[in-house]
Each structure stands twice: as C-alpha cells, then as structure tokens.
Design a protein around this ligand. Structure first.
Ligand code: 16G
Length: 240
C-alpha cells in the first residue's frame, strides 16, 4: 500500500474513533510528516485526497479542518451508497421499503430502453449512515433474470456489489441529474425531517457494458447532510 494511502487510513481512523471532531484543525503537513516519518509531499497528497473526498476542508491562511458530518458523493467515479459511506468512515445500512416486479412507466421505459409495461425490478430503500436516515432510493432494474433479485437479502448486501459479483453485470458508467426540492409528506416522514425541508433529488441511469442501461434510480437526499463534489478542468480552448 503506498504510504500516502496508509496515512489516509490513519487520518480517517482518527475521525472514526472520535478523536477528531467536525471543525477540528488537523496538524499541518510539516507536523504530520515529522509525526509519521514521511515526506511533506506524501503528507500533502494524503490531505489533498481527503479534501477532495470531502473529509477535510481547507481555509486559506488558517489550515485544514475536519468537515462537518456531511456525506460527500463525488461526481467523478461511479460509486454506490455503501462505498460512499464506508469511505467516509461511517456504517452504511439499509431498510428495504419494497421490492417487487412492476410494469415500467413511460419515463422508466425510455431510460431503460425497453417497451412501456415490461416488468422491471422495483426497489425502494431507505439508506442510513450510522443509523441516521440520509436518502430514499427508488431503483428500477432491467436485465435478463432481474426477478432473481426478489430472493436477495438487500438489507445486508450492496446492490452494486451483488450485480457485479453475483450477476456478472459490470457497472461501467452513469448519467446523473441533480435538482433541488422540498420534502413531501412521505419523504419527510421516512427521512425524519420536517415537511418542506430542503432535499436534493437525483436521477441516475447506470450502464453496463455495450452501453446497456441496467438501473434507473430516483433518489431523494436530505439537503443538509449531503455534499456533491466534482472536480472541473478547464479545456485549453485558447492554446497558444
Ligand atoms: C447510489 C445510487 C443508486 C444505487 C446505489 C447502490 C444515486 C442517485 N443512487 O446511491 O442508484 O442503487 O448507489 O448502492 O446516486 P449500494 O451498492 O450500496 O446498494
């Protein structure tokens, strides 16, 4: 394991154990390099990675701090809920609200490129981090044999992991839309937030190989507990 990876794990563990709390100033690159006998470059790389993952944030001239308990979903790599929450050092869990085969409505059919009315596997899950409700995910899946998912334990297993390791469906890429909104009655009750609280709606179509859509998911995230992170690069439009 590269040294900066090891340092990232050590730093994460200090948050996990409760030693560092949100808003705490973390040691400087120089202090970390002396403490762990590593180069400043290595310390910088580990800190930068954790800033990019939303675990820390930098304040100009003040230092690097532990982020408040917001969950960061980075919008660069295709990851699932279980991976995002575990990377944050928290414990993901799931409550299955419903799992059934239902006919695809028009929008779902369009996104999954199937005829309207074809049966798809519909899954509604409440997703929690350290037992705190974070999101409701309403997924619809279509692939040959998707009805077998009815027999899976989707409270204990990650859907992405099941698809990849048990069903041989590699997840290659996704398209995702985000939209601000207000929590309705059902969502606020499930997420344990006040009616009309700020929420984030996301819609994601996930593709397997040969550009074949497998999942269309509509989710609602608590607005005050989630941060979406993306890294933007300016194209060199004016090359000299
Ligand atoms: C993400 C995806 C969801 C997917 C889930 C898999 C969005 C909008 N949702 O939360 O489509 O089903 O990850 O997570 O980003 P899992 O592997 O933990 O079941």
């Amino acid at each position: 394991m590269p040294r900066y990876h090891q340092l990232k794990e050590i730093l994460r563990e200090r948050i996990r154990s409760g030693e560092w709390k949100s808003g705490d100033l973390i040691p400087s690159e120089r202090e970390l390099s002396e403490l762990y006998g590593i180069s400043r470059m290595t310390a910088r790389q580990a800190i930068t990675d954790l800033v990019n993952e939303g675990v820390f944030y930098r304040e100009q001239g003040k230092g690097t701090f532990v982020t408040s308990h917001k969950i960061t979903q980075q919008l660069m790599r295709l990851t699932g809920f279980t991976e995002d929450i575990s990377a944050r050092g928290q414990r993901p869990s799931t409550k299955v609200l419903s799992a059934e085969m239902l006919p695809a409505d028009e929008l779902t059919a369009e996104r999954l490129r199937i005829p309207v009315g074809q049966l798809v596997f519909c899954l509604q899950r409440l997703r929690l981090a350290d037992d705190e409700p974070l999101a409701i995910e309403r997924s619809q899946l279509n692939f040959k044999g998707c009805e077998k998912l009815l027999e899976e334990d989707l409270e204990q297993n990650s859907l992405y992991q099941l698809l990849e390791s048990s069903y041989g469906i590699p997840l290659m890429e996704a398209e995702q839309e985000l939209e601000a909104g207000l929590a309705g009655e059902e969502d606020s009750r499930l997420l344990k937030i006040a009616l009309d609280s700020a929420v984030l709606y996301t819609r994601r179509t996930t593709f397997t190989d040969r550009n074949q859509p497998v999942e269309y998911a509509r989710s609602v995230y608590c607005g005050n507990k989630y941060t979406f992170y993306t890294h933007l690069k300016r194209e060199q439009l004016f090359a000299s």
